[in-house]
Design a protein around this ligand. Structure first.
Ligand code: ZN
Length: 477
């Protein structure tokens, strides 16, 4: 299994720190609003990463934080005349609704920044003791980037470049170096605060992630994930703080997902093309959004448009259609008749061909989590099931069940076809009619047999008489 590692800028074979165990951290949302379409991408692709690792029999611990104290939350709370806690709680709930809709599994641990303040203070104290942090006259504590030689490695920037960029955006005259970033912010009137050795204040955003990783996963983790926009400064700063505080590497693999564009333009409020996941879900449903998010390789940009969403919807219906036909065929084989001889050469060949899809699925997913390739394999499977397994009806129940399980296996890793729709089964009434018709045929009562066949046709059950007996037939679609 290989992943493209932003840290080394190349694809690397994945080796976990402990055999068969994987520790993953994903930067979570700042809970001050509904999540936007761009937020759905890391949620979906790193959920696939987790599902795939579990599929490959790794024991995964997946941590995603909630940033529940931040300038934006404070601003929203003031706007609405409520506490920051109330805003954070509300949007945490809304986040979970969207995550559930997108079929994103709950993280094993979902820590909040405010739940870990004590550990953050301890973390900063350690950096102070080691000389990696300093307090300014205004009571803020900064990280001393000049002391960390590898600063800029993740985002591939030289110290000169970083300084030039930081000078433009200089936010505090009291910093020693324009690149230094805040670890602890002194409290301003009306803001929530916590006590610390440097006065009352609150943690800086970057510090929150570093501390939560250390507290909930340990000093070193296997994979750190997030959106490409977080590479700099957020992840660069996480590395600097953690590695200076702990004296160890923070994460072995850094995975970053690409952007979501809207009609080939960058999504932004000023361009008036800013959509929340909720808005899009109300229009198209959640599942097509998930499908869109995994339809391209996670590192490449994807494009959203109404047309693209319709295509995602039709792709999903093709998959659901095959799933429903398999459900019905398995049910028919259980209740009425299972065709074919289990040991025939044709059966073995069919199974062998189905297994080739599994090998193909693993091959593409092992190649840096190529979900686009995995969807192609899923459609290859569906094509073969439709054109061979379901059209011929020479296969045993075992092969039908195996096809159904394989479809479930691949779609389960990708997190699609999860709709709660009941699987299609032969109704009791249809079952009785089919059996009556078999009886009529045996008695050579062809008039009655035809009558019953037409009744079944009205119910959507198409029968075909073969030398081997009656089988279920699906119309071409
Ligand atoms: Zn983070």
């Amino acid at each position: 299994m290989e992943f493209y590692n932003t840290l080394t800028k190349k694809k690397e074979v994945f080796k976990p720190l402990a055999e068969n165990k994987v520790k993953i951290y994903v930067c979570g949302p700042t809970v001050y609003n509904f999540i936007h379409l761009g937020n759905a991408r890391p949620m979906c692709v790193f959920d696939v990463l987790r599902r795939y690792l579990i599929y490959r029999e790794f024991k995964v611990t997946f941590v995603q934080n909630f940033t529940d104290i931040d300038d934006k939350i404070i601003a929203k709370a003031n706007e609405n005349g409520v506490t920051c806690e109330k805003i954070a709680d509300l949007y945490k709930k809304e986040y979970k609704k969207d995550a559930h809709g997108l079929n994103v599994d709950d993280a094993d641990i979902h820590p909040t920044a405010t739940g870990d303040i004590f550990n953050m203070v301890e973390f900063v104290s350690k950096l102070m003791d080691k000389g990696y942090a300093y307090k300014t006259d205004s009571g803020d504590v900064y990280f001393r980037t000049g002391k960390f030689a590898r600063y800029g490695n993740l985002s591939g920037q030289s110290p000169e470049n970083l300084q030039a960029g930081a000078r433009v955006a200089i936010d505090d005259e009291q910093k020693e170096d324009p690149c230094d970033f805040v670890l602890w912010k002194s409290s301003k009137p009306g803001e929530p605060w916590w006590p610390s050795p440097w006065g009352n204040g609150r943690p800086g955003w970057h510090l929150e992630c570093s501390t939560m990783i250390k507290h909930h996963l340990g000093i070193m983790i296997d994979i750190h994930c997030g959106g490409q926009d977080l590479t700099f400064p957020h992840h660069e700063n996480e590395i600097a703080q953690s590695e200076c505080c702990n004296g160890r590497k923070l994460a072995n693999y850094w995975l970053h997902n690409g952007f979501v564009n809207i009609n080939h333009e960058k999504m932004s409020k000023s361009l008036n093309n800013f959509f929340t996941v909720r808005e899009i879900a109300e229009k198209f449903g959640y599942e097509p959004i998930r499908y869109l998010m995994i339809s391209a390789h996670y590192r490449t940009p994807i494009n959203y448009s109404e047309e693209v969403m319709s295509n995602c919807k039709s792709a999903l219906s093709r998959l659901y259609n095959c799933k429903e036909k398999l459900d019905l065929a398995v049910d028919f084989a259980s209740k009425i008749k299972s065709p074919a001889n289990k040991n025939s050469a044709k059966e073995s060949l069919a199974k062998e061909n189905l297994l080739k899809h599994r090998a193909a699925f693993i091959k593409v997913m092992d190649d840096d989590l190529n979900t686009a390739g995995a969807l192609a394999v899923l459609f290859d499977l569906v094509r073969d099931v439709n054109s061979e397994i379901l059209s011929e009806f020479k296969y045993s129940k075992e092969i039908l069940v195996f096809s159904k399980e394989l479809l479930k296996e691949f779609s389960g890793v990708l997190g699609i076809l999860s709709s709660d729709k009941k699987s299609r089964t032969l109704s009791k009434k249809a079952e009785i009619l089919v059996k009556q018709r078999e009886e009529a045929r045996k008695n050579k009562d062809f008039r009655k047999s035809d009558e019953l066949r037409n009744k079944l046709l009205e119910m959507g059950v198409i029968l075909q008489d073969t030398s081997d007996g009656v089988v279920l037939k699906f119309s071409d679609d």
